[in-house]
Design a protein around this ligand. Structure first.
Ligand SMILES: [Zn+2]
Ligand SMILES: [Zn+2]
Length: 337
């Protein structure tokens, strides 16, 4: 049985669906400050921890315990273990992106329910490699995204093993290390916002970020379909452990979050994925609007960075007018310089 998406949003004549409201930001920044609201945001179900942070945390722990070479091995870089991590990350990515694409876009298990754009992925479009959006996205994801993710992971594990990254023991600092799992997705969001603003500078956009933006209507494989230069900036957040102490599992976690997170959020094309009778929120509409309108929503999650910097778009006509106004001002400035 399908969940009735008309309770959560509206559909236009083209068949495009939009939610009545965007996923809420962390209430920490709302005034007056409410402890109850913040606790509910953090601990509620669904909330910040459950389901998504827990989901990525659990996979990261499993990867660290069962699918990462022991720390003594990581002390000396060797192509064998780099290759092992590469294959492991390729398998995870193919399972996640391939699985979402298979069920949502080929089998169409939930039809167009909660789907932002009624159309599917582009075919016979010269903008994409192989004239096919999905194949183009798979190429950039598997040939550039996963290798660069793995390179950062190999470097981070090697740096923890050799003391270049600040490493702590779980037995000595369990609370701090546990809380680090909650801090890293928020840090990633701030890191992503500024990297993303940088990538929209015309020079860097035309060199690299345009590859990602070819996806005006993104799908799961579009998540990390980026130019190699963008991947180098995008995955660099793990270098934070030069100054913030943590455990190697946190490098695995942060990179996994960056690697497969965008497949589930922002690019999946659906606001909810339905598993049985449960609809799981993907928090994707804000980033979908970034792909659609381009000049808005550079961040898309818990921290209201776009509201702070005046680049927020909630899908309304009012937001659209504001965005067009910003664009005109920017064009005017560019012409006068
Ligand atoms: Zn962008
Ligand atoms: Zn995107």
């Amino acid at each position: 049985m399908q969940i009735d998406d008309s309770k959560f949003g509206s559909r236009n004549k083209r068949g495009d669906w939009k939610p009545y409201k965007l996923s809420s930001n962390i209430p920490f920044f709302d005034w007056p400050f409410s402890i109850t609201k913040n606790l509910k945001w953090l601990l509620g179900i669904p909330g910040y921890i459950i389901p998504w942070t827990f989901f990525y945390g659990l996979i990261a722990v499993i990867l660290w315990v069962y699918f990462t070479p022991p720390i003594e091995t990581l002390k000396n870089f060797h192509f064998n273990w780099f290759f092992y991590l590469l294959v492991r990350n390729l398998i995870i990515t193919i399972i996640c992106a391939g699985g979402l694409h298979f069920f949502l876009y080929i089998k169409k298990t939930q039809g167009n329910s909660f789907k932002f754009n009624a159309k599917g992925m582009e075919k016979n479009n010269k903008n994409f490699y192989f004239k096919d959006q999905t194949l183009d996205n798979i190429f950039w994801t598997l040939c550039s995204g996963v290798p660069i993710w793995t390179a950062y992971e190999a470097f981070s594990l090697w740096a923890f093993a050799n003391g270049y990254f600040l490493g702590l023991e779980w037995s000595m600092h369990p609370i701090y290390l546990g809380l680090t799992f909650l801090f890293l997705p928020l840090f990633r969001e701030v890191h992503f916002y500024f990297v993303h603003r940088l990538l929209h500078i015309p020079l860097l956009y035309n060199f690299s970020h345009y590859i990602h933006h070819k996806n005006v209507n993104p799908g799961p494989w579009s998540g990390i379909a980026m130019h190699w230069f963008e991947h180098i900036l995008y995955f660099s957040g793990t270098l934070i452990h030069f100054i913030i102490p943590a455990h190697p599992v946190h490098a695995v976690f942060q990179l996994l979050h960056a690697g497969i997170g965008p497949l589930f959020h922002g690019h999946i094309g659906f606001e909810k994925i339905q598993i049985g009778k449960i609809g799981i929120d993907t928090h994707s509409h804000a980033h979908y609007l970034h792909h659609k309108y381009f000049e808005c929503n550079y961040a898309d999650g818990a921290i209201p960075l776009d509201k702070f910097f005046g680049t927020f778009h909630n899908g309304s006509d009012e937001s659209q007018e504001k965005m067009v106004e910003r664009y005109k001002i920017r064009m005017k400035k560019m012409r006068s310089t």
